[in-house]
Design a protein around this ligand. Sequence first.
Ligand code: ARG
Length: 288
Amino acid sequence: MTSVATLQAEFAARRPSSRRFVMCRPDHFEVSYSINPWMNPDEPVDRARAIDQWETLRATYQEHGHKVDVVPGIPGLPDMVFAANAGLIVGDRAMSARFTHPERAAEGPVYHRWFARHGLAGLVGATELNEGEGDFLLVGDRLLAGMGFRSSRAAHEEVSRHFELPVVSLELVDPRFYHLDTVLLPLDATTVAYYPPAFSADGRAVLAELYPDAIVATDADAAVLGLNGVCDGANVFLSSRATDLSEALRARGYNPVGIDLSELLKAGGSVKCCTLEIHGARTSRRAP
Ligand code: ARG
């Protein structure tokens, strides 16, 4: 059991660091097709409200010292708001996504051009099915990678080669949690929060071994996509509905910052889905 002294030491050690994020305003957001169980085209969405909620997220990031670049949305690409899926950027390497569903396929080249115009180094387009930070999450000097619904195992290999980083493949088994970022939240180089039932038995075993101190999320947290959050080292931006997780984070010395993205949840996304991080250079590349 963790002692009070350990918890106090953890709290004192939390330091936020300034991040660079890429986001896309939901100016063309709607639910006009269904490619995950959250999406019901018959249920109305309030776009003005989605924009307000998104603006609150952007302003909250900026108030916490993070830099946000905004990619213009495009009519007919309603899911472009979920910028996390656009690619993966780590240090001097970047890769734009190749989407699984035809409904989102055009987003790959749109984001690729934006990355190129913004001078991202070492940029390539994925040749394998790859939904960017939806399925590839950097934890320390290692990438955790989801598969089963969207990104493919071949994509994991392609990413590992391009970024010269070790990739740990994790199989997702619950269609509600079709991207890794819906059930796993990186907290620091050695800790994550996650929802074990979303993973295959092998995946659960790997995660238990890699992260013995992980926060294990409840069914209630998972059901509101509470794990779809962003940590800056001290603050954790996440759904305001994820109350168990917020409490668990606070007990570990993090500062949960609740955000209401209820309109975007109707498309199966929350805080992290709206946020692509431009990660700085890693300290240790895998030896050649
Ligand atoms: N409607 C989008 C899709 O199904 C939601 C994407 C959510 N993004 C994420 N990073 N999990 O593709």
